[in-house]
Design a protein around this ligand. Structure first.
Ligand code: ADP
Ligand code: 2DT
Length: 212
């Protein structure tokens, strides 16, 4: 019998919601329980495209807004063959940001519609589960100062949060809102429960295509 496929699990949320912390803990917990799992993150700054994005985020270079949006999308598409291969091999992928960040961040800029922003990512592997780590701007602020990178201002992050809210109205995506204000361990428990359910159901389902 062919091996059961892994699940594509995405964590989204505003800055400091705890995405990276929780992705790492989830991968560790899955691996320890004998379930193959690996972490990925977008942007993946290690590729040639990712290095252009990284320089832009670090404000070492300027890129036109449409251009950088398309680069973020291209950075996901270049990883699609690897994503599909891992899932087919039975490895669950836990992904720190995906196309939803792409749409939320660019559409928070003036003159960008949600539809235009979604288009380049239509047809990407569809996550089996997207967990949105919800945290108020005030609580995020208590977790430390904003860094020096582009987009790291409270005004911009508030607009991004509103764009995420729009995206979450789309019932074609399996969204789960997670209360990210709880302790690291309590959030981890919520995330693990949702993930184990998803890993169980996804293994019998075909991988979908996002926004198609
Ligand atoms: P993100 O990847 O969403 O930006 P991080 O995982 O990097 O968030 O966490 C941002 C900061 O908040 C880190 O200093 C981290 O240790 C802290 N943090 C993460 N989760 C929690 C939590 N549940 N409660 C309090 N602090 C947290
Ligand atoms: P981190 O590496 O700290 O997560 O910051 N972004 C991300 C976009 O504008 N478009 C995208 O498609 C993605 C995946 C969010 C990365 C920054 O880049 C933004 C914050």
């Amino acid at each position: 019998m062919a091996c059961k496929r892994g699940a594509l699990i995405v964590l989204e949320g505003v800055d400091k919601a705890g995405k990276t912390t929780q992705c790492k803990k989830l991968v560790q917990a899955l691996q320890q329980s004998g379930s193959p799992a690996e972490m990925m993150r977008f942007p993946d700054r290690t590729t040639t495209i990712g290095q252009l994005i990284s320089a832009y985020l670090e404000k070492k270079s300027d890129l036109e807004d449409h251009t950088v949006h398309l680069l973020f999308s291209a950075n996901r598409w270049e990883l699609v063959p690897l994503i599909k291969k891992k899932l087919e091999q039975g490895t669950t992928l836990v992904v720190d940001r995906y196309a939803f960040s792409g749409v939320a961040f660019t559409s928070a800029k003036p003159g960008f519609s949600l539809d235009w922003c979604k288009n380049p990512d239509v047809g990407l592997p569809k996550p089996d589960l997207v967990m949105f780590l919800k945290l108020s701007p005030a609580e995020a602020a208590q977790r430390g100062q904003f860094g020096e990178e582009r987009y790291e201002t409270s005004a911009f992050q508030k607009t991004v949060q509103q764009k995420f809210e729009h995206l979450m109205n789309d019932s074609s995506v399996n969204w789960q809102v997670i209360d990210a204000s709880k302790s690291v361990d309590d959030v981890h428990e919520d995330i693990t429960t949702h993930s184990l359910n998803t890993i169980n159901t996804a293994q019998n389902l075909q991988l979908g295509e996002l926004w198609k």
